[in-house]
Design a protein around this ligand. Structure first.
Ligand code: SF4
Ligand code: SF4
Length: 365
């Protein structure tokens, strides 16, 4: 925890250089969201100079972990996610988080998913634990519950390519949301269960449909001692390597690409989705004004706890896009949370929003 402590102190003495990079702050003007404020309050609570309360509990969860402030941070030690997880774990254990956070916790315990839904995963292909596969597909909870079309589309693409793949019909949560929300002990249990379940199968490459799962498998799982003995990629990387083999109808629609935070700032995967798009589209530039590591945010997991703030963030982005761009017909992204959050506020009908997998699968010949 030493490095996180150091960056916590740096934030406390900083002049908020990242303030205007923070979409939830811009949307709400709530000072509590800013890293300086949050870290200062946590520090004071730790030192017992102030009493931690529900106000502080709200503050530490009013951040979507988009890491945009890291891009604009003036210090080398940027550990926003680590600081957030640390602060939330303190607050969670003190029972000072909002009710919604504890509802999500109870849903994990009772139903095995964050939404508390009893939902049967659709069986598309039977699994055989003794057979060796080229690819294991992990959809992740956001895909399974918020954007199942991503999974259906990607399965369609793999089938059209005649690939040798497998996926689990009753996937376990990856534990990353629980970790992000400060539920450290629960997260560890979920990671352990999921790791054991996936490890029962034999395959060469784990393809993640959700960038959060992909980042978690590559980093958090390793930190907790669960290291997969296989390649781990995001599905956009698979598409980049295989797009030329897909029989696809090319399109000349005006497309813009919305970089998902976790894909661009977390995994640093920026070129793969653009290369895939340039294969099927005559345009060569799919960039929004803010792109790649500077990309905007959709509101992320705030939609699960503070949906009004997430909606304000997504609506702010879409309004701005509509104000400077009258050509875009299709907005493509590559993350289930982005797809879900942006689609939830898309009212004007000016352009359609798709996940890249869905967009490709719709254009398969
Ligand atoms: S991670 Fe994103 S939401 Fe959180 S403080 Fe930084 S810019 Fe704001
Ligand atoms: S994240 Fe960086 S720029 Fe933002 S308040 Fe902390 S130290 Fe300053």
């Amino acid at each position: 925890m030493d490095v996180e402590k150091k960056s916590q102190r740096q934030c406390i003495f900083c002049h908020n250089f990242c303030k205007f990079s923070c979409a939830p702050y811009i949307a709400t003007k709530n000072q509590k969201i800013i890293q300086t404020q949050k870290n200062y309050l946590i520090y004071m609570a730790e030192m017992e100079k102030i009493k931690a309360n529900t106000d502080l509990g709200e503050a530490v969860y009013l951040c979507n972990d988009c890491r945009r402030c890291e891009t604009y941070c003036v210090f080398e030690n940027k550990k926003v996610i680590g600081n957030n997880r640390y602060a939330r774990n303190l607050i969670f254990k003190e029972k000072l988080a909002s009710d919604r956070v504890y509802e999500i916790y109870d849903n994990f315990i009772q139903y095995g998913n964050f939404l508390g839904e009893k939902k049967e995963a659709k069986e598309i292909r039977n699994s055989d634990k003794d057979k060796k596969y080229d690819f294991f597909i992990y959809a992740g909870e956001y895909v399974n519950f918020l954007a199942p079309e991503i999974k259906e589309s990607f399965i369609k693409i793999l089938t059209s390519l005649n690939k040798n793949f497998i996926f689990c019909d009753d996937e376990d949560p990856d534990g990353i949301l629980a970790l992000d929300l400060g539920m450290k002990e629960l997260a560890q249990k979920l990671m352990e269960n999921n790791f054991k379940k996936i490890s029962r199968y034999k395959f060469d490459t784990l393809i993640c449909l959700d960038p959060y799962s992909c980042y978690g498998f590559k980093n958090d799982y390793k930190d907790y001692g669960y290291e997969f003995d296989c390649g781990i990629i995001h599905y956009t990387e698979f598409l980049e390597n295989n797009i030329s083999d897909i029989k696809i109808n090319k399109t000349d629609s005006h497309i813009k690409y919305f970089d998902p935070c976790m894909l661009s700032r977390g995994l640093k995967i920026n070129d793969s989705p653009r290369k895939v798009l340039s294969f099927i589209n005559s345009e060569s530039n799919f960039d929004l004004i803010k792109n790649r590591e500077e990309s905007e945010c959709c509101g992320g997991h705030l939609s699960l706890i503070f949906p009004d703030v997430a909606e304000a963030v997504s609506a702010g982005f879409l309004k701005e896009l509509e104000s400077y761009d009258d050509k875009t017909e299709v907005l493509v992204t590559a993350c289930p949370l982005c797809l879900s959050n942006l689609s939830n506020v898309k009212k004007s009908g000016r352009f359609k929003i798709y996940d890249l997998a869905e967009y490709i699968s719709r254009n398969i010949d």
